[in-house]
Design a protein around this ligand. Structure first.
Ligand SMILES: *Cc1c(COP(=O)(O)O)cnc(C)c1O
Ligand code: SF4
Length: 343
């Protein structure tokens, strides 16, 4: 049985004063929900910090609930169309475990429930009538909290009207509830695997999350020919350490999961205690780049406030220009010049 209250949690682990004082309060307050799979790993500090709530969430009055201004970019209900060529469909507000750093807290765990047949149809029609949309993220919440039947309906409806659109299957369930990924579920995905490919988008934040079961769940997608990409959130006292992130990247790559993004924490109210200073993030990024192959290196990215969109953060190597010569610094700190062609 999953854990849903501080009382249940305190029977399992010794809670700190601040953890005991956490209260679910008002809008944007994420419920407490911890799956059995995660409960069995709470002895790992990096896991505990991601899933055990803390009163610091209640005290944070910085940021706001929708820094990406997704609400302002909602096209059809639940469809966020912020970039002209791709859109995100919020399939459900439910997850199998709620991450305390969740950036979509205005919606996640808000009891909105799964999308209705009509909402799914409306979103599918909207996508169909906007041919500039090449990719759609099926996200939430976690789409795999839907029943097998609902998932079948979702994929069927989306694919029938949008055979050429790439759908990203976004889920944290492979990490927090791997038993969800049954033969039957993979059978349903295979049945609706027509036209453009699916991409699996996972969220692993720490090497400890890559358990045998989690890797097995991802393998189910890979075996269907679905490529897997990982998004990590940079989190204080979870993974704000180059060594941990290098280990994570190598372990992901070894398991055929491409490290895609490393996200700077969004300015979401209630998550300030989990954010990492950008200067530290850039130093981590620099060390990762020295130690990882190009394939293993995720893009350190910030989703700018007020719906500014995602931009990449990296050490700047192009430091100036002298006539035709561009001046660069090498990773070792030397300089090099590179001339434009003579025109
Ligand atoms: C991040 C995001 C996407 C996908 O962006 P990519 O950079 O292509 O991964 C699409 N829509 C919304 C609203 C997003 O926040
Ligand atoms: S799985 Fe994703 S949507 Fe759900 S709580 Fe975690 S970060 Fe938020």
């Amino acid at each position: 049985m999953p854990i849903t209250s501080i009382e249940e949690l305190s029977k399992l682990i010794e809670l700190s004063g601040s953890e005991k004082e956490w209260r679910e309060s008002g809008s944007g307050s994420l419920p407490l929900l911890i799956s059995d799979h995660i409960a069995s790993m709470l002895h790992e500090p990096a896991i505990r910090r991601q899933f055990v709530p803390d009163a610091l969430e209640n005290m944070d009055d910085t940021g706001n609930l929708d820094p990406q201004e997704e609400t302002g970019h909602e096209a059809a209900f639940r469809l966020v169309h912020r970039y002209h060529n791709r859109a995100a469909f919020l399939v459900t507000d439910r997850c199998f475990s709620y991450c305390r750093h969740c950036f979509r807290r205005r919606f996640t765990g808000s009891m909105t429930g799964p999308a209705t047949d009509e909402e799914i149809q409306k979103a599918a029609e909207y996508i169909n009538s906007h041919k500039e949309i090449k990719e759609v993220l099926l996200t939430g919440g976690d789409m795999f909290t839907l029943s097998d039947d609902r998932i079948a309906f979702l994929l069927k409806t989306m694919k029938e009207s949008n055979p050429d659109v790439i759908f990203r299957l976004c889920t944290r369930a492979v990490a927090v509830y791997p038993e969800r990924f049954t033969k039957k579920l993979f059978g349903i995905i295979r049945e609706h695997q027509t036209g453009a490919p699916y991409y699996l988008m996972t969220q692993f934040n720490h090497p400890a999350e890559l358990t045998e079961d989690a890797i097995g769940a991802v393998r189910g997608f890979l075996d269907l020919g679905i490529p897997a990409m990982n998004q990590t959130v940079l989190l204080k006292d979870v993974n704000d350490d180059a060594g941990i992130l290098i280990e994570l990247s190598n372990k992901l790559l070894y398991n055929r999961i491409k490290p895609y993004y490393l996200f700077q924490g969004d300015l979401v109210k209630g998550t300030q205690h989990l954010r990492v200073p950008i200067r530290k993030g850039l130093e981590i990024e620099r060390r990762m780049r020295m130690e990882l192959s190009g394939l293993g290196m995720p893009q350190y990215t910030i989703d700018l406030p007020q719906g500014g969109g995602k931009v990449i953060l990296t050490e700047n190597h192009l430091i100036g220009k002298k006539g035709r010569e561009y001046i660069f610094t090498t990773p070792e700190g030397d300089t090099r010049e590179y001339p434009d062609p003579i025109s």
